[in-house]
Write a protein that binds this ligand. Sequence first.
Ligand code: SAM
Length: 246
Amino acid sequence: SGNLYLVGTPIGNLDDMTFRAINTLKQCDIIAAEDTRQTRKLLTHFDITPSMLFSYHEHNKAASGPELIRYIIEGKNLALVSDAGLPAISDPGSDLVQLAIEAGIRVIPIPGPNAALSALIVSGLPTERFTFGGFLPREKKDMRKVLEAFDESNGTLLFYESPHRIRKTLAHLEEILGDRPVVLARELTKRHEEFARGSIRECIEWLEEHPPLGEYCLLVDGIKEHERKAEREAWWQLLSLEEHVA
Ligand code: SAM
């Protein structure tokens, strides 16, 4: 049988496309995409002409998944891409991976950009432990349930959020978790890439002057604002001591 390749694609800046992603997409017999129109633009940019472009998304995956698996069993190599970033991360894909593994198909990752991890590494929040929470539920009581299940041991919390809901989500977060250091990462890798770092309150105020537009990652510190502040102050004290010694 053929292989299933999970191909990472840019989250904004097309220069983030990897050589291996291009070569894999060129060599595969079938490309399965979340939004074929969106993917066609990407393929055109990189001069990739697929022999077959197949639609695979949340609403047709139950039917199209098994069909794609059949193609692979028949010997075709299949590349799965999503609209942006890594397939199967807050994107359809993990069901297909499961089917493939059950069918004894080899699944091969072609790594690429990912919004949550890109935001995390520049956030300044702890990275040694973190929890990816995807999109939070819309309803406050459901959000509360999800958030109350997290504690300090989960480390930094990573969420995706839409510009329409970001303010409301921050207000709920403040109410449910108390004031925490947060980071908003907006339009990563794009022209209007921007970061807001501060307490939840400060970020809500920042949004007053920077009306939400584009794509956001929302990162939340695992501990409260005042605890983090105390830790930072201790660091700075240590730093000035060392300077003094030097
Ligand atoms: N599979 C993608 C990945 O690997 O990052 C995530 C897909 S998820 C459906 C889309 C969400 O990711 C957006 O609503 C936004 O929260 C976040 N996102 C995607 N691209 C982004 C970017 N360039 N800057 C900030 N957030 C982004």
